[in-house]
Ligand binder design. Structure first.
Ligand code: NDP
Length: 322
């Protein structure tokens, strides 16, 4: 496993990490999570991603139980949480967003659910147009000075909003954000590669990127319809099925996936591994967060690094053309 600095910080995180959106508490219980974490630790993964909003806080409880029973030294791995959506199905106005109150309380609640004394990484899960950015920066800075959060960052903010947070922090000698958590995969490149380019240049912003397989689309398994038990088939994720498969855009993307599958086959590998490895080619990626609902998926995805040599300039050009 290669370790990359999280942006301009000194924190070394594994280039592959493991997250829990959709899966934990829905498809993965704490026993299976424990098995998966064991596989991750064995592979050298040292960062596990979570959020208050995943399964209304239950995902963090599953992760906390699995980490507790594995009993690895706390200084050997990093965990994250994210604040914004709230940790209940129908949060009250004070239980969501990026106010000082919610950021502070959500941090304490996440630590309790995860069973940790501090969060290594803490993200603002979305921008909050109803809270001034200075209040959010101050709240995060205070948590950092209290030792409850080590590195704070954003997720899916605009480049403009992120720059504003950096500039406010720098001007007032506060702790600036260290990282963003954006989507990045073969089908979704624009925001990462174009909009964020000045932030990498100017602030050396780190990134923990999500959905390297576009929620499973980049495995090729949706080409003949929605497989039973797959993410797009789950109750409550009908919106995702629409985005991934049913909509015109979904169909257009599936057309491109079909072409990508051929490239992977010609290289005698799986599209899953190729797609994950491709994300690692970008030096502005600090860590690619993997997702898996089954042990076999995780086992396959952990081998992605092995196919990096297949990604020659010629192959990269073919992928980009698609
Ligand atoms: P992926 O795009 O890799 O999708 C993972 C899903 O694809 C799995 O749960 C599984 O779903 C399917 N899959 C994975 N590997 C295989 C395989 N080898 N063969 C067949 N199917 C496979 O990642 P995620 O969308 O899960 O994102 C990763 C992490 O990123 C999340 O857990 C979360 O921590 C973070 N994230 C952050 C967001 C943010 O807003 N900050 C948003 C989304 C994710 P199934 O078996 O159900 O079909």
């Amino acid at each position: 496993m290669e370790y990359r600095n999280l942006g301009r910080s000194g924190l070394k995180i594994s280039q592959l990490s493991f997250g829990s959106w959709v899966t934990f508490n829905k498809q993965v219980d704490s026993r299976l999570a424990e098995t998966m974490f064991g596989m991750c630790f064995d592979a050298g993964i040292n960062f596990f991603d979570n959020a208050e909003g995943y399964e209304a806080g239950e995902s963090e409880i599953v992760m906390g139980k699995a980490l507790k029973s594995l009993a690895r030294p706390r200084d050997s791995y990093c965990v994250s949480s994210k604040v914004f959506f709230g940790a209940s199905v129908d949060p009250l106005p004070t239980q969501r967003g990026l106010s000082r109150k919610h950021i502070t309380e959500a941090c304490h609640q996440a630590m309790q659910r995860l069973g940790v004394d501090y969060l290594d990484l803490y993200f603002c899960h979305r921008p909050d147009p109803e809270t001034p950015v200075d209040e959010t920066v101050w709240a995060m800075h205070n948590l950092v000075t209290q030792g409850k959060v080590l590195y704070w960052g954003t997720s899916e903010w605009s480049a403009e909003d992120i720059a504003q947070a950096y500039e406010f922090a720098e001007k007032n000698h506060l702790t600036p954000p260290t990282m963003e958590q954006p989507q990045y995969n073969l089908l979704d490149r624009e925001k990462f590669e174009v909009e964020y380019a000045p932030l990498f240049e100017k602030y050396r912003m780190g990134t923990t990127t999500w959905s390297p397989l576009a929620s499973g689309a980049l495995t090729g398994k949706y080409l003949n319809g929605v497989p039973e038990g797959s993410r797009a088939s789950l109750k409550g994720y009908e919106w995702l099925r629409d985005v991934m498969v049913d909509s015109d855009r979904g169909q257009e993307r599936m057309g491109r996936v079909a072409k990508l599958v051929h490239i992977a086959a010609a290289l005698d590998t799986s599209l899953s591994k190729l797609a994950i490895a491709w994300c690692l080619l970008n030096n502005n990626v600090s860590s690619v967060i993997l997702g898996a609902s089954r042990v076999e998926q995780l086992a396959e995805n952990l081998l992605a690094v092995d196919v990096l040599p297949l990604l020659t300039e010629d192959v990269q050009a073919q992928l980009t053309a698609i």
